[in-house]
Design a protein. Sequence first.
Length: 371
Amino acid sequence: MKAFTYHSPTNEQAAVRLLGAGAVPLAGGSSLLNLLKERVLEPERVVNLKAIPGLAGIEAAGEGLRIGANVTLAALLENAEVRRAYPALVQAAETVGTPQIRNVATVGGNLCAPPACWYYTHEGFPCPRKGADHACPAKAGENEYHAIFATDGPCVAVHASSLAPALVALGARLRVVGPGGAREVEVEKFFRLPRAGEHRENVLAADEIVTHVTLGPARPRSATYAVLHKESHDWPVGLASVSLQMDGDTARAARVCLGAVAPVPWRAPGAEAAFPPVRPPPERGGWGFTTAGMGRLKSTVGPSPAFTTNFMLPPCSLRVSCSSWILVAKSSASRTLRSRTDRTTYCSARPMAWSGPSPTPTRMAPSFTSE
Ligand SMILES: Cc1cc2nc3c(=O)[nH]c(=O)nc-3n(C[C@H](O)[C@H](O)[C@H](O)COP(=O)(O)OP(=O)(O)OC[C@H]3O[C@@H](n4cnc5c(N)ncnc54)[C@H](O)[C@@H]3O)c2cc1C
Ligand code: SF4
């Protein structure tokens, strides 16, 4: 690790004065320390944000909630109001790493986390994202966990944050502070696709930090489903968050956002448009009927062209055809298969069509079940 000076400012403005070229903010350190140790990042200054008061609380804000950037994922999961009002966020946070990681990992650090790419986090591989004048090694290399959308840019790493798709689906906003003061950014507009010569994953300037996440009115009919190889200590292969806009007991619209499929959280407007106004079937007792798997989603994607998927959105269950879920499940299978058989063309392959009717499968997709 290269030597750096360590700073621990106690207010936002002092922090942004210390940031800028040659400096990085530090929160829980669960991502950043690895990059420092691997010499992927070699800053002159590391600016600890955890000593700034006011960034570690969860408080009411209008009809919603304001979550400080320094709130740990463990604290987020323990908050009764977050659990009641935003299950999609809770289910996303539950998938992150392990209890030890969630004890230190923060909401702000998660949103600003570096790309999930094994070439990026290894000091031995120069790549465009690290500013090297070198082709992306993932494009011709091991890329089964890389992007399947927006693959025409210089970098095909998927965005690493599991919370981001949930926050996009929930329509959350960020408070960002820089030398000129504070500004608000929709989470959906916070991330940006890789472009030649630019290495940032989001719209933050080098001397700006995220201080808070603001959530609007409660969205209890929301959920996140992640496909993981392991139950814990793993990154999602694919992830989808859904939030329903309710009108009484009728779901009028849905916001759907996918994770781990593109360099940014990937909104799925085709899936949203396919979502009809839905009322619960009266014979099932309305929205109140629940199933054993409440709180999680069960997705079974089989060879049937119908591709129906069970959404279990507590405390309701909807059966809908949703191409986004097909995508998640299919991609986790086909990415592995394709990358094994045809690595060199995989990343330049066109994204799968998913906004129209359910596609006919070209190969048998596996079943993913999660309770
Ligand atoms: C085994 C393992 C499994 C993991 N699995 C997952 C997973 O499934 N899903 C997932 O999302 N993550 C996962 N992670 C990654 C990581 O733990 C999370 O992204 C974590 O939330 C990062 O938060 P942090 O507070 O530790 O951030 P840090 O490591 O301190 O910082 C991360 C980045 O954000 C910047 N940063 C931090 N705070 C701010 C701020 N307020 N404003 C601006 N920039 C800031 C830092 O400069 C750094 O670039 C995993 C990590 C490990 C080690
Ligand atoms: S996918 Fe992005 S981060 Fe990974 S090696 Fe290629 S340019 Fe670097």
